[in-house]
Structure formats: C-alpha cells, structure tokens
Design a protein around this ligand. Structure first.
Ligand code: ADP
Ligand code: MG
Length: 328
C-alpha cells in the first residue's frame, strides 16, 4: 500500500511538474501547411495566436477574395492596412537586397506552373517568356499604405508571409508577457526566450530525401528564427523530370542552383523567410558571397549531392552530421 502511495506521489509530482513548466501546444492547418504553436504560460493565448494566423492568412492570400493581396492583384491598386503595407515594403527591400533572387512579383509564373491551384503543369517556354516582363519589384509602387502594380505585375507573398506571421505571433506573445514560446509554421521555426528548465532549443533540419526525418540539428538558446526553403516541398514529376515551387525570377523555371535546401538563421522571421528563398535561387557559390557581404544571418546549405555546408555562425550550432564550414 505504501509503495502504491509513494508511486502515486511520484506520479503527481512528475505530472504537476510537467503542468507547471510544460508548454500548451496546438496544431493547425493554415497558409497551406501544418503549423505548431507552443506557449509556456497562459493557455488562452494559443487560440489567440491561431486567430492571428488565420487573420494574416486571409490578408496575404492570393486566392481569398476577402484579402488585401487578392484585391491588389485584381484591381492593380489598393489602399492597404498598415500591416500589409509594412510587409510589402519589407518584401520590396529584400528583393532589392538579393538582386531579385527573392521576388514577391512571381505570381504570374507561380500560376503558370499551377502551384496555386494545385494543378501543376509544365508551361511552354513561350508562355513563360511572355510573362517574364511583368515580373520584377520595380512594378510595385508603394506610397505609404497605397500600393500600385504596373505592367501586369501580380504579387505572391508565399516566400515571406509565413516568416512575417511567425514574427508577428511571437511579438504578440511577448507583449502579452509570455517569456517562452515556439512556433513552427511549415518550414518556418521561430523561438521566443529560453525554456523554463534552461535547456537549449534543438531544431531539426529536414533531410531533403526524407523530409519527415532530420538530417542535422541546430542547438541554441534564446530567441531565433530558422527558416528552411527546399526543393523537396511542393514538387511534381512530369516525364521523369522533377519540378519544384521555388522559381528563378530571371528564367521563370524552378531554380536549378544545385541546392536541395537552405536554412537561414537570424533574429527576424520575415528576413529569414525571404533570404532562405533567395539563397535557394542563388545556389551555394553566390549564396556564400551574399553571406560574406552581410552581417545579419547565418545559413546551412544542403546540396543536391547531400553535402552540408554551414556558415561560421551556423557551424557553431550544427550537430548530428558531417559538414564543411564556410569562412568569411
Ligand atoms: P515554403 O513556402 O515552402 O516555405 P519558400 O519560403 O521558399 O518555401 O517560398 C516559396 C513560395 O514563394 C512559392 O510557393 C511561391 O509562392 C513563392 N516563390 C517562388 N519563387 C519565389 C522567388 N524567387 N521569390 C519569392 N517568392 C517566390
Ligand atoms: Mg521563404
């Protein structure tokens, strides 16, 4: 009897301990991907975060008629909310910074490939060539919260919206007094603070050949955004050729830069998302040069041959695999 009581007590302590320091967690499907939200603290905040995600999903969607990007694409001009205008300004700046490798005006191309409607097809070269002149961030004019699209341009924020949303969610939680949280929105992970037990965050990098498995881990403490762009996501095969959803805005074709994935690590989720897409388009060599000219992010590149290359700062966090280090 005593033994059972002692066991019960131990169980209570364990469960009690967990309830006190463990996170409240939920999973939702939004922005066309699975998302996980973990908050250490007030459980009600998790559903607030979900509402916030659904709200931003509508705002930035290319297909939701209630959204601002939908209206801007349809009408060629729109009066935007401060949030959408903020995201567009950031997207335009990141497009310029990356020499157009990240380009929020790729929507005509994305549609031609059928990625939006999930009706993938291989467009003819003529069709792509006809669309290319409308692609380019110079076609997006922002005047405060007024936006105008010229030259038949249309926006697709798929390469940046999840990063912005992750950033916004954590900012909301921080303002609510939460000290520790983590969101994982598709390939976009962002952490807030340090876990109550002081243990480090350990985030897996998906194996491009087996995306449900981790090929490596990144270990760190504190607030950080880690975003992976991979050619293994949203892809299809036609006549034995594999086509994926990250397009080279110069050619209109899926970026064939020799990379299987890129993970960007930086403090700002929006920047991390745009840069991961951009570096995937650039490839290892150009991406390494771009990193050497920057001082606000680290990256892990995985080549199509399976070679893992980490920038100096990323190398310090990377484990569970063999890798090469990129020096400055
Ligand atoms: P994911 O959305 O799978 O996390 P990314 O962040 O790399 O991956 O974004 C890819 C999405 O961004 C595509 O599905 C498309 O909507 C859009 N996109 C494709 N190519 C580009 C590009 N070169 N620049 C900006 N956005 C792009
Ligand atoms: Mg991205």
């Amino acid at each position: 009897m005593k033994k059972i009581a002692a066991l019960m007590l131990l169980l209570c302590l364990l469960l009690g301990g967990c309830a006190k320091s463990g996170p409240v967690e939920t999973e939702i499907f939004a922005m066309d991907t699975y998302m996980r939200i973990r908050v250490w603290g007030d459980s009600g905040l998790v559903s607030d975060v979900c509402d916030e995600i659904y709200r931003l999903e509508t705002l930035f969607s290319v297909t939701d008629e209630k959204g601002e990007i939908f209206a801007l694409n349809r009408d060629g001009k729109a009066a935007l909310s401060a949030e959408t205008a903020e995201l567009l300004a950031k997207a335009a700046a990141l497009s310029e910074r990356t020499g157009g490798a990240f380009d929020p005006t790729v929507y005509p191309l994305v549609r031609a490939w059928g990625f939006t409607a999930d009706e993938q097809r291989v467009p003819a070269q003529d069709e792509l060539s006809a669309l290319l002149p409308s692609v380019g961030v110079e076609h997006l004019q922002l005047n405060g919260t007024e936006a105008v699209l010229t030259g038949g341009a249309q926006l697709d924020l798929g390469g940046i919206a999840k990063g912005y949303t992750a950033q916004k969610c954590l900012l909301y939680l921080e303002n609510e007094g939460v000290q520790t949280a983590m969101v994982s929105l598709g390939g976009n992970v962002q952490t807030l603070g340090t876990k109550p037990d002081g243990s480090a965050w350990v985030i897996g990098i998906a194996d491009p050949n087996e995306p449900s498995e981790a090929v490596a881990t990144l270990t760190f403490t504190g607030s950080m955004a880690l975003v992976t762009s991979g050619g293994y996501q949203r892809c299809f095969e036609k006549d034995g050729v594999r086509y994926h959803h990250i397009l080279d805005p110069e050619t209109g074709l899926p970026a064939g830069s020799g990379l299987a994935s890129v993970t960007v690590i930086t403090s700002d989720g929006t920047t991390a998302d745009a840069l991961s897409t951009a570096l995937f388009v650039m490839g290892l060599e150009k991406g390494a040069e771009f990193w050497r000219g920057s001082d606000d992010f680290e990256a892990v590149f995985i080549t199509q041959e399976g070679k893992i290359v980490a920038t100096e700062g990323a190398a310090a966090m990377l484990g569970g695999c063999e890798f090469e280090v990129l020096a400055r």
